[in-house]
Design a protein around this ligand. Structure first.
Ligand SMILES: C[S@@+](CC[C@H](N)C(=O)[O-])C[C@H]1O[C@@H](n2cnc3c(N)ncnc32)[C@H](O)[C@@H]1O
Length: 220
């Protein structure tokens, strides 16, 4: 069994049995693990950079999953087949994830599940994907090498209304309040305190930091 990082293991465990496309597959570890655990019998591993694509292709062969996972040297979802029902996009900025998902609506018709790990602009990704007709079904927060990652699973929904607080903190994460969730925002409060302690900021900036701190305290 190929070894996954904590972050990729969480993503792996959210994937339903389905035709899966992993966009920005890099080393291909996620798709290899998904085949090994019997979750994927047909899928696509997409890369748009030559070096990672070559590594991806040789890993699929090395782990004997190249009969089930097709490597695509391609941009986003452009060349995946229309029977794909799960899309995973991990390790990119939220804006790039949204742009990839919106670029080819014809490839989204059968998609029931989207799993993302956005490294920036997480609230924007929540908002845009909900507006595309998906609702948040699961969320996890994980810390790896001192970085916090939020992994979000969306499923196709009739209606997906989401509040501003849920966009920012995550509807499931903010209710679960895991130790990692608390640590993330506690760290930000410490950071705000140390910025404020320097005492050389314009009034407006001091006010906005205090507003942010009070808001974070309400969620801990
Ligand atoms: C930081 S890596 C993440 C790899 C893996 N998904 C993970 O989470 O460990 C992002 C990968 O996405 C690829 N990528 C970025 N934009 C892409 C696009 N539009 N289409 C396909 N691959 C893309 C990059 O080349 C890179 O290998």
């Amino acid at each position: 069994m190929i070894k996954l990082s904590k972050r990729l293991k969480i993503i792996h465990d959210m994937v339903p049995k389905s035709v899966v496309a992993d966009i920005g597959s890099d080393h291909g570890k996620l798709m290899i693990a998904l085949v090994q655990s019997g979750i994927v019998t047909k899928g696509f591993a997409v890369e748009n950079k030559e070096g990672p694509f070559e590594r991806l292709r040789s890993n699929l062969i090395k782990y004997h999953v190249d009969d089930k996972v097709t490597p695509l040297f391609s941009d986003g979802i452009k060349d995946i087949t229309r029977d794909v029902s799960t899309i995973v996009i991990a390790g990119m900025g939220g804006q790039s994830i949204v742009s990839i998902l919106k670029a080819h609506p014809e490839k989204m018709v059968r998609v029931q599940t989207i799993i993302i790990d956005a490294h920036t602009a997480v609230p924007l990704a929540r908002k845009e994907i909900c507006q595309m007709g998906f609702a948040i079904a699961d969320e996890k927060i994980v810390k790896e090498d001192d970085i916090f990652y939020e992994i979000i699973k969306f499923v196709k929904a009739e209606k997906a209304i989401i509040s501003d607080e849920d966009l920012e903190f995550g509807p499931i994460l903010r209710r679960e309040k895991s130790a990692t969730f608390k640590e993330k925002y506690q760290n930000r409060i410490f950071e705000i305190d140390s910025i404020l302690a320097k005492g050389t900021l314009p009034k407006g900036r001091i006010h906005s930091l205090n507003v942010e701190k009070e808001k974070l305290q309400r969620y801990l």
